[in-house]
Design a protein around this ligand. Structure first.
Ligand SMILES: Nc1ncnc2c1ncn2[C@@H]1O[C@H](COP(=O)(O)OP(=O)(O)OP(=O)(O)O)[C@@H](O)[C@H]1O
Length: 861
């Protein structure tokens, strides 16, 4: 048998032998066709061959389920280049081609050997008869499920449609199933076996470790020329474009690849195919999860030769990724260990690994490199430990005295540096631009700053005192003769320090100082007041907390602790709001808002303005609810903006994980960008935006936009569940949103009181969504952002909270309690319900629209 297999391997694929003993064993096992097979092998290990070769050696057709058209296309092209009859049916296929394929499948002796198809398409009613026909005629040799981790909600790329495959299997009796994945920790493996209903499968599971990959992390900010290195994965399209541009400018031919490109351009890039000899994969931004990182970095060295996987790290962007390197893992040079541990494997011997790596260079060189790295690391960490909070950007403390002191709360080194420069500038102007004064002014400024620092108790007092000193120096006549006007000087000062946060804070202190007409000392604003006057940043957490993340538990607790008036901004009596935590200015604004709301016409105006704001915010930020709104809008729902209660009037930064133009509907674009490299290109840039998680290459989404729906219907009728879902949206329109008046003693859930109170009168209850939709969205969009009980953004948390609200509205007491204690467990429970659905009736029952009328009461009591 081995000889036959090897001959076939050579004949069809041109390979002299199996890539590994394991590959051979899997092929042998599959060829027997007596059992289901589960394969978990590292990326690039040659899993595809495990079903491709048996497919050619067995009578009939192998049906391959793969999640992305890009992957499918890649595989089909490669097989065709080897003269292996393979093709794919997908929504992008021209109708004529599709007819030809179907005709072949219906013939008595189909020529086709491998048919690639997406999970959505395989479940579609139009394909079902064809499938049933193949099966009844005994022409279906295997069902191969590639990227099988997509079936698990614990996997990093969950695709709800993969869940349908379990049901599909029951319609294909006697057809052995082969499930393949590279990224499946224990729990995902169990899910795969269970969901795909694998019968006592033969399992071939190998550790994820790949000895030919070298992982490292580089402090990006310290690179003298960051664009001198190859860059592959970027988080946003903008990054992708910028980096590609910069590289090209430096003579490294590079092309960006992301979902914002025209389909034609993407196809052209994709058609150049993956190179097996990708020598390095770099992450300009952190990957969304460790599993994703493993898969993405695994695109390097698929030919088995040594390759490099580099991550560029910047503390600035750390918080935007659910997957981050902590200090320890930055120091730990052996990323293999981290990866192995994550997947539940025994970590490799890192010491040996790196010794081997360094074997090529001389001992001295290796030692020198080790020392340099260790010094750099220590230096970085010491600076961080002493001077700045973990999330802050690293700033050289320069000449500051007591730079590492954290005596004054919330006074950062960054702020002190800024103050020092202001003082130095003022001194410089004060003394004139004479000779050696520059050096003297620095040491004087250092002393002056230190004096102020020693005598100040709060950050605000410190800043005001510095400003006072600066203004005193400016008032001095000598300053006027400094050769520069004050205006010019201040402009110079402003532009010199590219530090908007500190400048903003300083200018608010300046404003405060200016507005106090009495003694400057008495005019200080308290730190809390200054804080309240500052514009809140998107993603800012609770007041006083530097951590923008909140656990679901914390937030739910906050909700239940909130007073009625904090929660209810649209009830008539805003005056009863407790004001302990509200600053006077906020209070003034709040009462002005309240009085305007009390007037019916003003109220109507204010509301429509709010709705306008919400609609605008919705356009500039992309949340799960935008996704809903998009669909609703397509169905002519009139109250789109009311769905976006979670939005605030703050501008979502374009690089925010949730920022995305609504035009780019998640369902309208391809999912994941695939790296391809032009033959004469050195580097390909891959956008891996969080926002583009939505852009999974959903080829036949079960719920989609009208235009896409029409297109789909031309090609294939939607599956029953699809029809059901779209039908719900089209026919069961929710009544126009009403403002809810809460009864006395009732509470409204506001998940982030500091964002919403007195600014956005929350009015309408969330629109009903089907559980199916919610489930789809939560796992597709939320899961990567939810790590160890924390959400990466406030918007995501809010969306999740809405999701819980729906469950609460219908849930049992036990479920409600469970929400309060462990939201994750509830999600799990929900998914187990999804998995237990056997029939369309079950689905209908599970996905029936629900409205959460009583949710507020349920949460608050
Ligand atoms: N027996 C073999 N001899 C030589 N090369 C092989 C052999 N089997 C597979 N390959 C090559 O190994 C590379 C990786 O194979 P393949 O794409 O199947 O990996 P994979 O395990 O599916 O990876 P991933 O999980 O990333 O999709 C391909 O270029 C393939 O041609």
């Amino acid at each position: 048998m081995t000889a036959t297999l090897k001959e076939a391997l050579k004949a069809h694929f041109g390979f002299d032998g199996f890539r590994s003993k394991l590959q051979e064993d899997v092929v042998k096992s599959v060829v027997r066709r007596d059992k289901d097979v589960f394969v978990c092998m590292p990326t690039g290990a040659g899993k595809s061959l495990c079903y491709q070769l048996p497919a050619l050696l067995t009578e009939g057709i192998t049906l391959v389920i793969s999640p992305l058209i890009a992957l499918i296309q890649d595989q089909v092209d490669r097989l065709r280049s080897l003269n292996i009859p393979a093709c794919s049916i997908n929504s992008k296929l021209p109708a004529a081609e599709r007819r030809l394929i179907l005709a072949d499948l219906e013939s008595s002796r189909p020529k086709l050997k491998l048919l690639y198809i997406t999970p959505e398409m395989v479940a579609s009613p139009s394909f079902q008869p064809c499938l049933a026909g193949l099966c009844s005629r005994g022409l279906l040799s295997y069902l191969a499920v590639d990227e099988a981790h997509c079936v698990s909600q614990w996997g990093h790329d969950f695709r709800p449609d993969y869940l349908k495959l379990g049901e599909l299997r029951s319609k294909l009796p006697g057809v052995p199933c082969l499930a393949l994945t590279a990224t499946a920790p224990k729990n995902v493996q169990e899910d795969i076996v269970q969901s795909l209903r694998l019968q006592q499968p033969r399992s071939f599971v190998t550790p994820v470790f790949r000895s030919n990959l070298h992982y490292d992390v580089i402090f990006r900010d310290l690179l003298p020329n960051p664009f001198g290195c190859g860059i592959v994965y970027c988080r946003t399209r903008e990054n992708c474009e910028t980096v590609a541009h910069q590289l090209t400018k430096l003579g490294v031919s590079a092309k960006p690849y992301h979902a914002g490109l025209k389909a034609g351009d993407r196809t052209r890039l994709r058609l150049t195919g993956w190179r097996a000899n990708v020598r390095f994969v770099a992450h300009w931004n952190l990957a969304k999860s460790l599993a994703s990182y493993y898969q993405e970095s695994g695109r390097a060295g698929r030919d088995g030769l040594p390759s490099s996987c580099r991550t560029y790290y910047s503390a600035k962007i750390k918080s935007k990724s659910a997957f981050s390197f902590n200090r320890k893992s930055i120091a730990d040079r052996c990323r293999h260990a981290t990866i192995s541990k994550f997947f539940g494997d025994q970590p490799p011997n890192c010491a040996e690994l790196y010794d081997e790596d360094e074997g090529g260079s001389s001992d001295n060189e290796a030692k020198q490199r080790k020392k340099e790295f260790s010094n750099l690391y220590k230096k970085q960490m010491n600076i961080r430990k002493g001077a700045v909070s973990q999330t802050e950007e690293f700033i050289q403390p320069g000449k500051l005295k007591e730079a590492s002191s954290r005596r004054i709360p919330r006074l950062t080194v960054k702020a002190r540096e800024h103050c020092l420069c202001l003082l130095q500038e003022a001194l410089y102007g004060h003394q004139g631009a004479g000779s050696s004064f520059h050096c003297d002014s620095l040491s004087m400024a250092v002393n002056l700053e230190h004096e102020v620092f020693k005598s100040s108790k709060t950050s605000n007092i410190y800043k005001a005192a510095v400003l006072k000193k600066v203004s005193e120096m400016k008032k001095s006549p000598a300053a006027a003769t400094g050769g520069e006007t004050d205006q010019e000087k201040s402009r110079r000062q402003e532009s010199k320090y590219n530090n908007t946060d500190v400048q903003e804070e300083m200018s608010s202190v300046k404003e405060e100082a200016a507005s106090s007409s009495s003694s400057s000392n008495a005019g200080f604003t308290s730190a809390s007041e200054i804080y309240s006057m500052k514009r809140k940043r998107v993603g800012a957490g609770l007041r006083g907390s530097s951590n923008p993340f909140q656990t679901a538990k914390e937030l739910l607790k906050k909700c239940s602790d909130q007073s009625e008036s904090e929660l209810l901004s649209d009830t008539s009596d805003n005056s009863s709001a407790p004001d302990s935590s509200v600053t006077s200015s906020i209070r003034a604004r709040a009462s002005a808002a309240a009085s305007s709301l009390n007037s019916p016409t003003k109220k109507a105006k204010a509301l429509s303005k709010k709705q306008q704001k919400l609609a605008d915010a919705a356009k500039s930020s992309r949340t799960i609810f935008q996704y809903f709104a998009k669909k609703e809008a397509k169905c002519d729902k009139p109250t789109e903006s009311t769905l976006f209660k979670t939005s605030t009037d703050e501008t979502v930064p374009p690089h925010s994980p949730v920022a995305e133009d609504v035009e780019d509907s998640p369902m309208e674009e391809e999912k994941q960008d695939v790296i391809t490299i032009d033959t004469d290109e050195d580097v390909i840039l891959l956008s891996d935006e969080k926002e583009e998680q939505f852009e999974q290459e959903l080829t036949e989404p079960h719920v989609t936009s009208e235009s896409q729906q029409t297109k789909m219907e031309e090609v294939v009728n939607p599956p029953p569940t699809l029809r059901f879902a779209t039908h719900e949206i089209k026919t069961k329109r929710a009544p126009p949103a009403k403002r809810v008046r809460l009864t006395e003693g009732s509470r409204r859930v506001t998940f982030n009181p500091h964002e919403e109170k007195a600014v956005l009168p929350v009015a309408e209850p969330p629109k009903a969504v089907t559980l199916r939709e919610a489930a789809d969205i939560v796992v597709r969009c939320l899961d990567p952002f939810y790590s160890e009980g924390r959400f990466s953004t406030k918007e995501l948390f809010k969306s999740f909270a809405r999701f819980l609200s729906h469950l609460l509205a219908e849930g049992t007491t036990k479920e409600r309690n469970q929400i309060k204690t462990d939201a994750k467990a509830l999600i799990k429970k929900f998914f187990s319900k999804v998995q237990r659905c056997e029939s369309e009736a079950d689905w209908k029952h599970l996905t029936r629209p629900r409205r959460c009328k009583t949710v507020d009461n349920k949460i608050s009591h």
